[in-house]
Design a protein around this ligand. Structure first.
Ligand SMILES: [Zn+2]
Length: 230
């Protein structure tokens, strides 16, 4: 998925180099994906979620403009103190996700703890306790948790959540919205729709694929209606 998103953004914005795209913090990448989504399909998002309590299927309407975080995180190192520790790290980016995909490709099950350790290893640049340099292996779990929490807070655009209420059982919960997965499935559905239109119009009129794709979407729609597939 990380690779697909880099290809998508690279083709949408050829002026941005591959290296620049790979080094964008994930929240900044997601903001770019959100912009691309708005250009392709508009700001309204219609999705579904299942209630975790009773299983009711809810239809959700979101707007990309409300899913945006005002400030973009930067790829520059961030330092913070936790108890006697001083930590410097940078935010996870697409290059980290690509590296993670490579190491976890062999393992059949996704191991959340191992993935987190791998990302911390790549992103944490230095940790000192009372001025003495520490390795990640030496840190207590509470400090590792604090680093992971600080990373999440520093890049809120990378972890979008929204509140849902089930009208049937009254359950409240927070659902995650992942623009990468969502946009990829939308583009897949759009591609299937276009292929279907080409198939229908080519069958009805004998036109070539190129002729059909050169028609505007509005004209294609008129012809589809004429052959009873509008
Ligand atoms: Zn429910």
């Amino acid at each position: 998925m990380a690779q697909r998103m880099l290809l998508l953004l690279g083709s949408a914005q050829p002026e941005l180099s591959r290296a620049l795209l790979e080094e964008m913090p994930l929240g900044q990448r997601d903001a770019q994906l959100m912009t691309l989504r708005e250009q392709l399909f508009g700001t309204q998002i219609i999705s579904v979620a299942n209630c975790p309590n009773c299983g009711e299927r809810l239809q959700i309407t979101l707007d990309t403009r409300t899913l945006r975080v005002a400030d973009h995180a930067s790829p520059q190192p961030i330092s913070f103190a936790h108890a006697s520790y001083t930590v410097t790290y940078r935010l996870p980016n697409s290059a980290d996700l690509l590296a993670l995909t490579k190491v976890s490709a062999g393992s059949s099950q996704k191991n959340v703890a191992a993935s987190r350790a791998f990302l911390l290893e790549r992103c944490v640049q230095s940790v000192q306790a009372d001025g003495v340099a520490q390795t990640l292996d030496e840190l207590p779990p509470a400090v590792l948790d604090a680093i992971a929490a600080h990373m999440a807070e520093a890049d809120p655009q990378a972890d979008i959540q929204f509140a849902l209420n089930c009208p049937v059982c009254g359950q409240h919960w927070l659902a995650a919205f992942d623009i990468a997965t969502f946009l990829w499935s939308e583009i897949g559905a759009w591609a299937r729709r276009i292929v279907r239109q080409v198939h229908l119009l080519a069958s009805a009129y004998g036109w070539s694929q190129n002729d059909i794709l050169n028609l505007s979407a509005a004209r294609r729609q008129i012809y589809l209606e004429l052959i009873g597939n509008g």
